[in-house]
Design a protein around this ligand. Structure first.
Ligand code: GRF
Length: 203
């Protein structure tokens, strides 16, 4: 059984989608062992508690540097023998030491078609730019901001009447399908990295 830790700062709807997919047998051979947050009132923590999943909060203010903070999380994850780290709305850039501790074992989901519109406001930036197509991306995490190898992407149209909220809502629907799918592929060992290309063995 692969052990997954989900890191989330907010609502945790992607966490919920992952838990639901596991309950529905769509991700076999893995369990969410732990949910970590940097915010003590993150709703993601409540979602985890409702499912009897262990939770842990690391408050940045209690650490002297980003490195100390990330090292504390890494040590905790290693102690729990976590195999895969899943970022689901975790609003912090990971320090290089974190990325090095879990090489190609950290995933993130981003609400745009990367490499377009990285950063914290992907949906608003895409809408303001005027693109006609956007979407979401699941990728491995490297040291950059939303720059790691792309695992899965899916697109959707942007309509003239779209607002940030309406677009975000449709992107969320995609995310909730795509993230469990990417995790399932990883658990089954079906993602092969060639350079920065993720090749999916879908047999
Ligand atoms: C998602 O839109 C994801 O793409 C971004 O943060 C958001 C998290 O939403 N990284 P939720 O907390 O999973 O509802």
């Amino acid at each position: 059984m692969k052990k997954i830790a989900v890191l989330a700062s907010g609502n945790g709807s992607n966490l919920q989608a992952i838990i639901d997919a596991m309950e529905q047998g769509k991700i076999k051979g893995a369990e969410v062992k732990l949910v970590v947050s940097d915010k003590k009132d993150a709703y993601a923590l409540k979602r985890a508690q409702q499912k009897n999943i262990a939770t842990k909060t690391f408050l940045p203010a209690e650490f002297t540097s980003r490195e100390d903070y990330d090292q504390a999380i890494v040590t905790y994850l290693q102690d729990m023998q976590i195999d895969l780290v899943v970022l689901a709305g975790f609003m912090r850039l990971l320090a290089p030491l974190f990325v090095a501790a879990f090489p190609n074992r950290i995933m993130n989901i981003h609400p745009s078609l990367l490499p377009a519109f990285p950063g914290a406001c992907g949906v608003a930036d895409a809408l303001a730019y005027g693109v006609k197509v956007t979407g979401c991306t699941v990728h491995f995490v490297d040291e950059g901001m939303d720059t790691g190898p792309i695992i899965l992407q899916e697109s959707l149209p942007v309509y003239d009447h779209d607002t940030v909220e309406s677009l975000q809502q449709r992107i969320h629907v995609l995310e909730h399908r795509l993230y469990p799918q990417a995790i399932a592929l990883w658990v089954q060992g079906k993602i092969k990295l060639e350079g920065r290309r993720c090749l999916i063995d879908d047999n």
